[in-house]
Design a protein around this ligand. Structure first.
Ligand code: TRP
Length: 349
């Protein structure tokens, strides 16, 4: 049997280069290896836990995320892309798991703690938001997933999921499978900084390059990127650490890119060495980065434009994917109900 992969995103906006580096690129690779059964969920219910007053944003973003998936090369004939709210059995699973987690444990979750602070919720945090890690454990365990490729910020959620698996299996018998988190393998990809140099590319910080940005916008964003503030004149020695231009090159530039666009350097190490010595200007490095990023984004943009003209295909993908995912979750829910013993009216009681 193939190993099962489950992963997903909250639909709160378009996807950006940080998503591409941290997960999308790897998903396409895993898809094309043909070694896994992969499910990708668009977590609209999770997105609603802190956007309940703005469901229109989630509805719109759902389509944007689906377009971004197709644009990067995820292929619905190879992976199952589905919508969380269209698989109601996930909600019942969540209900069973709610009893296995304490309020104190939820409040200790570092991801949730940070998010509550960022949103200024304090004690007025919606219960649905505080408990979304439990719903996320339902998403993962529903597919008996072996692997969960995620960003670094999601690790505490996978830990929480493992605890739920252990608790459930201890009480009710060995039904659920323990998942394992998988991070991107390139350090720069794990957390791509924003174009302003802040630690994370994030919509709320307004420092993103979106997969759907046009060429001109990408050029402007890259040419205005934060670099080393002490690298004032070309002759000055520059720092490559915490310099997002170099972090992006770490994430994306290949030796072939150097051959193609900057043949006077063999590779990124040589370029970095020159920058550190002094004598290499930011503009030249940024122009190179722009070409590297454009090579990645051009085909993505073209595929996106095609599907934007064929939204009926996008809707069909989501509907078919959700039906398929639902069949899998129904099986797991049956096992869970049997294990708890609430299968009162089923024939083989
Ligand atoms: N929490 C994830 C995010 O913020 C989305 C998500 C929901 C998810 N359920 C999941 C990710 C299950 C991995 C596995 O984007």
């Amino acid at each position: 049997m193939k190993k099962v992969i489950l992963t997903g995103d909250r639909p709160t906006g378009k996807l950006h280069l940080g998503h591409y580096a941290g997960s999308l690129k790897n998903r396409v690779k895993l898809q094309n290896s043909n070694e896994y059964d992969m499910y990708i969920l668009i977590a609209d219910l999770q997105a609603l836990t802190d956007n309940s007053r703005d469901p229109e944003k989630i509805r719109k973003s759902l389509k944007e995320v689906a377009l971004d998936y197709l644009a990067v090369g995820l292929d619905p004939s190879k992976v199952t892309i589905f919508v969380q709210s269209q698989v109601p059995e996930l909600t019942e699973l969540t209900m069973h798991y709610l009893n296995l987690v304490t309020l104190a444990r939820l409040k200790r979750n570092p991801t949730i703690k940070t998010e509550i602070k960022e949103r200024g919720f304090g004690e007025s945090v919606p219960v649905g938001f505080l408990t979304y890690p439990i719903s996320q454990a339902a998403d993962i365990t529903a597919f008996k997933a072996d692997l969960v490729p995620v960003g670094e910020d999601q690790l505490p959620l996978i830990e929480q999921c493992k605890e739920i698996v252990h608790t459930f299996n201890n009480i009710y018998g060995n039904v659920l499978k323990e998942p394992q988190a998988v991070l991107a393998d390139n350090q720069a990809c794990i957390r791509l900084p924003g174009i302003d140099g802040k630690a994370k590319m994030s919509k709320s910080l307004g420092n993103c390059i979106y997969l759907s940005d046009n060429s001109e916008i990408v050029r402007k964003k890259i040419m205005s990127m934060f670099t080393d503030p002490e690298h004032v004149r070309v002759e000055d020695p520059g720092k490559v650490e915490n310099n997002p231009v170099f972090t992006y090159l770490d994430a994306f530039a290949t030796d072939e890119d150097f051959q193609k666009y900057l043949p006077e350097y063999k590779n990124l190490d040589e370029l970095k060495a020159h920058y550190q010595r002094g004598g290499l200007g930011d503009v030249k490095v940024k122009k190179f980065l722009f070409q590297v990023v454009e090579d990645i984004l051009t085909p993505i943009r073209e595929t996106r434009a095609y599907y934007e003209e064929h939204m009926e295909l996008v809707d069909k993908m989501l509907e078919d994917g959700s039906k398929k995912a639902r069949l899998v979750v129904q099986e797991t829910l049956k096992d869970v109900r049997d294990a708890i013993g609430i299968n009162y009216f089923s024939k083989n009681d």
